[in-house]
Design a protein around this ligand. Structure first.
Ligand SMILES: [Zn+2]
Length: 126
């Protein structure tokens, strides 16, 4: 699994305006694969349709966890890119934010999270 820093460095155009900087996203590393796959698909699309990419490779501003799910915001893109982002966000509904295993939405101490059972145990052992 790539680190968040590696993903950001691999797709400099997509993350040049990221508000959290060049090192990390505002979510756990369990979603790294989902984010990386979305970036790959987005850049594949721009490779296949270079006429769309001229003015259209914008930067995401926010990649974070919100209400327990992955949220990717910012940038102006062709519609298909928003569809790819939506796919990634939907995948986070059943992927542990901490480790990337199969997870499900739960509430811990009033916080909504998407976690697998073992990470849930870790997290609630406070
Ligand atoms: Zn987990």
């Amino acid at each position: 699994m790539s680190t968040q820093k590696e993903i950001i460095e691999k797709y400099p155009l997509l993350f040049k305006n990221l508000r959290s900087g060049k090192e990390k996203f505002e979510c756990g590393k369990g979603w790294n694969n989902i984010i990386e796959e979305a970036c790959e698909n987005i850049m594949d699309y721009f490779d296949k349709f270079p006429e769309h990419s001229q003015n259209n490779i914008d930067s995401f501003v926010v990649v974070k966890e919100k209400y327990g799910f992955l949220t990717i915001q910012g940038g102006t893109f062709p519609d298909i890119v928003y569809d790819l982002i939506k796919d990634a966000e939907v995948k986070s509904f059943c992927t542990c934010e901490y480790c990337g295993d199969k997870g499900r939405p739960i509430t811990i101490w009033g916080w909504e999270k998407t976690l697998c059972e073992s990470c849930e145990k870790e997290d609630s052992r406070v």
